[in-house]
Design a protein around this ligand. Structure first.
Ligand SMILES: NC(=O)c1ccc[n+]([C@@H]2O[C@H](COP(=O)([O-])OP(=O)(O)OC[C@H]3O[C@@H](n4cnc5c(N)ncnc54)[C@H](OP(=O)(O)O)[C@@H]3O)[C@@H](O)[C@H]2O)c1
Length: 266
């Protein structure tokens, strides 16, 4: 399989590197189209694939085109893509907020799959949900699913409009996690730990708690109760969270992200 990636930044290269790591594509079959001269030079130095700086006729030679430019750069890229795209080529967009119908219209091409990954894809631990245009066949959906699985986990959505909720839940999710960890580390520093000590205490606690959650047969409520004894310290913290609406605030933040995703989709 030959793959062309338009926009080889963080996300585009997270995908490219996973494909290479799992032998799903060979470097000589990986066309990396990157506008930024500095970034293009780095990719050439790394021998990451066949690196070019503009969309040209070579785009017509790949089986799958991955769109990973920023959404605001898409209109400019679309007019170039339209010149070279071939009828049988499959397009996978990982751009946030641009609906399948808009991509189809912009590049005059029906075969579009739209995915929403997240940054742990950089480590092969991503979570990606994807949806396909009605014109895309099952075997193409499977091909893309196999590719995405090399970046972490993939789930197929029958309904494209759920991708806004995916954006708000798992797409932005890593930032919520880092935000929570930061608040906990800051609290540790305020209680007198030096920052490195506080970071160690909190990060190891998050790691251990994640694995406990994944391996335990207890529900999340039961796991909370197992830490929070009656009249104890954890209960004091949980009571304060409740009084200050921490849980509600978090949920409202996620709903705000979903609303913004819908607005961006237009
Ligand atoms: N980061 C995330 O957490 C995340 C999560 C889910 C989805 N996404 C989506 O992934 C996409 C890429 O995000 P990113 O964080 O990887 O962005 P990024 O690091 O800025 O990478 C995009 C690259 O594309 C280049 N580019 C722009 N127009 C181009 C063109 N016409 N031809 C070739 N290259 C072009 C940019 O060059 P210049 O810098 O010179 O413009 C830049 O190097 C976005 O659409 C975003 O919505 C990101």
């Amino acid at each position: 399989m030959k793959i062309g990636i338009i926009g080889c930044g963080n996300m585009g290269m997270a995908f490219a590197n996973s494909f290479i790591q799992y032998n799903l594509v060979q470097k000589e079959d990986l066309l990396l189209i990157e506008k930024s001269a500095g970034r293009g030079d780095v990719l050439r130095e790394q021998k990451a694939g066949v690196v070019v700086d503009t969309i040209s006729s070579s785009l017509g030679e790949v089986d799958l085109i991955i769109l990973s430019v920023k959404p605001q750069d898409f209109p400019a890229a679309a007019s170039e893509i339209q010149k070279y795209i071939q009828p049988n080529q499959l397009v996978l967009s990982i751009m946030a907020g641009i609906p399948i119908s808009k991509i189809q219209e912009s590049i005059s091409h029906p075969l579009i799959i739209r995915a929403m990954p997240n940054t742990p894809a950089l480590l092969g631990m991503g979570m990606t949900a994807f949806a396909a245009a009605a014109e895309v066949g099952l075997s193409d959906i499977r091909k893309v699913e196999n590719l995405i699985n090399s970046t972490g986990r993939a789930v197929f959505l029958e309904q494209e409009d759920l991708l806004d909720a995916v954006t708000a839940a798992s797409g932005s999710g890593p930032a919520y996690f880092f935000y929570l960890v930061k608040q906990m580390i800051d609290a540790g520093v305020a209680m007198g730990f030096d920052p490195a000590m506080s970071a160690l205490l909190i990060k190891q606690t998050m790691l251990g708690s994640y694995h406990l959650m994944q391996t335990s047969d207890k529900t999340l409520d039961e796991l909370i109760q197992a830490v929070a004894s009656k009249g104890g310290t954890t209960e004091a913290a949980l009571k304060t969270f409740m009084e200050q609406g921490v849980g509600e605030g978090l949920k409202n933040g996620i709903f705000a992200a979903q609303k913004r995703a819908k607005e961006l989709a237009g």
